[in-house]
Ligand binder design. Sequence first.
Ligand SMILES: Nc1ncnc2c1ncn2[C@@H]1O[C@H](COP(=O)(O)OP(=O)(O)OP(=O)(O)O)[C@@H](O)[C@H]1O
Ligand SMILES: [Mg+2]
Length: 507
Amino acid sequence: MTDAGVDAGLARILIVEDETIIARDLASTLVELGYAVAGMATSGEVAVVMARALLPDLVLMDIRLAGPLDGIGAAVQINGEREVPIIFLTSHADRDTLRRAALSAPLGYVLKPFEAAGLRCAIEIALYRHVIDARLREREQWLTTTLRSISDGVVATDASERVTLVNAVAEALTGWTQAEAVGLELDGILTLIDETTARAVENPVRLALRERGTTPVQHDALVGRTGQRVAVDDRAAPILDDAGRLLGGVMVLRDVSEQRRIQAEVRRLNAELEKRVVERTHQLEAANKELEAFSYSVAHDLRAPLRHIDGFSQILLEDHVAGLAPEALGHLARIRTSIKRMGQLIDDLLRLARIARRDLVVRSVDVSELASEIIAELRASEPERQVDVRIARDIRVDGDEHLLRIVVENLLRNAWKYTARTAAARIELSTEQRDGARVWFVRDNGAGFAMAHAERLFGAFQRLHPATDFEGNGVGLAIVQRIVNRHGGRIWADAAVDCGATFFIAM
Ligand SMILES: Nc1ncnc2c1ncn2[C@@H]1O[C@H](COP(=O)(O)OP(=O)(O)OP(=O)(O)O)[C@@H](O)[C@H]1O
Ligand SMILES: [Mg+2]
C-alpha cells in the first residue's frame, strides 16, 4: 500500500460490532494482521461519536446493530462528516439490505464468519481505493476550479451530448446554472445560429464527437435561455480516454460581441466613405464635363469673330496697301501675327476639350509600333537631324488607340524638340518595374528643366522654356495628362537642367 501513500502497519481501524465475542475476535485478528485498533463501538450512535473523536483510517461496521441507528445509518452519518473508508460486516446478505448498504457507498463487504485472509484483502482494497478516490476528487476539484475561473465559456458533455459541466462564463452566456444544466441535452441549453441568416448551425460538440477531432473556430451567435443573443467564436474538441474511447466533448465559447460591434462599425464607416467618394467623383465629373462644354463652346464661338478680323485685315493688306503709311503697315502685320496666334490658342483649347468628350475604346495597343511611326515622321520632317532613337519592342498598353497616339506623339515630339540643341541627341522609349508595377517612359538627353517647376508642367499653356529657345504653346502635356487620367493612370516627370528629362506613365 506504500504505493497509495498508506502504510498498512499504521492503519487505525474502528470496530463497530454489538456482539462482544465477534468484536474481540476481530480486534485480535486485526492486531495479528499488523493493524491498530483505534476503538470498539457497540452501537451506531457510539460509532458516530468515536469516529468523530478518534479519526480512524477505516471503519469495520456491522450492518445489524441494536438500537435506533443500524450500521448503514451510522455509515451515512460518519461519511457525512468526514470521508472514511467503511467496510460492512454482514452475516446474511439479503437483497434489500445490500441495496440499502450500497447507497452509503461502502468500500467493501466482509461476510461473517470472517477469515483473516479475506479480511485483510477487503481492508487493503478499501484503504487503497480511498486514497485513489481522494486523489481523483482532488484532481476533479482542480480541473473544475480551473475551468470555472477561465475567461472563456466552457461547456462539457458526455458522449451522448448531455451536459456535465458549465463554467461561470458559460452560465452567464447561456442563462443556465451548472446545477440546472447538468444532465440536459446540450441543444437544450444553447442554440448557435448564423449571425446573418439567423439559421441554426450544428453545435460544434456534435461535429467534434462525430469527427473525433477539434473543430475549426466558428463565428456564430449564441441564443441563450431567455432568447438573448451574444456574438461568439466557438470551437469544440472530443474527450478521449487512453484507449481512444469517446468520453464526451468540450466546447469553448468566447464572447466577441464588442469585437464584432467594432468590426461592423468599421465596415459601416468604410461603406459610407466609399459612398461619399463615389458621390464626390460624380459631382466632380459633372462639374468637369460642364467646364469642358463651356470652354469648348467659348472657343468655338470665338472663331467666327476672329475669322472676321482675319478676313478684314487681309482685305486691308491686299486692297488698301497703297493708302497705308509704313508705320500703319507695321501695326497691321503685328495684328495679323496676333490673329494667327489666337487662332492657334483656340485650336489648342478645342483639342483639349475634345479629349474629355471622346468615349474611350479600350483595347491592347502596341505603343512601340506607334512610336516607330511617329519617329519616322519626325525624321522625315527634319532629315538633317541625327538622333539616336531606341524603342523597346512590344510595349503593349490597354487603352484607346487614338488617344494613346496623341500621348506618344506629344512625348516624342517634346523629346525631339528639346534635344534640338544637344550634340549626340538620344531618345529612348521603354518600360521598367517601379514599386511592383510596370511603367513605361520616354527619356531624352536634351535641355531638361529644373524640378522646382515640375508641378507646372501639366498645366494648360504652361511653359518652362521661352518661345525664343523652343517654340510651343504649352498645351501638349496638359492633353497628355488628361488622357492618362481618363485611363485611370498617372504621369510624372524626372529631369535636370541640361541633363534631359524622363516622363513616366503608369497605366
Ligand atoms: N522633353 C522635355 N525636355 C525639357 N522640357 C520639356 C520636355 N517636355 C516638356 N518640357 C517642358 O514642359 C513644358 C510643357 O510642355 P508641353 O508639351 O505642354 O508644351 P510645349 O511643348 O511647350 O508646347 P506644345 O506641346 O503645346 O506644342 C514645355 O514648354 C517645356 O518647358
Ligand atoms: Mg509639347
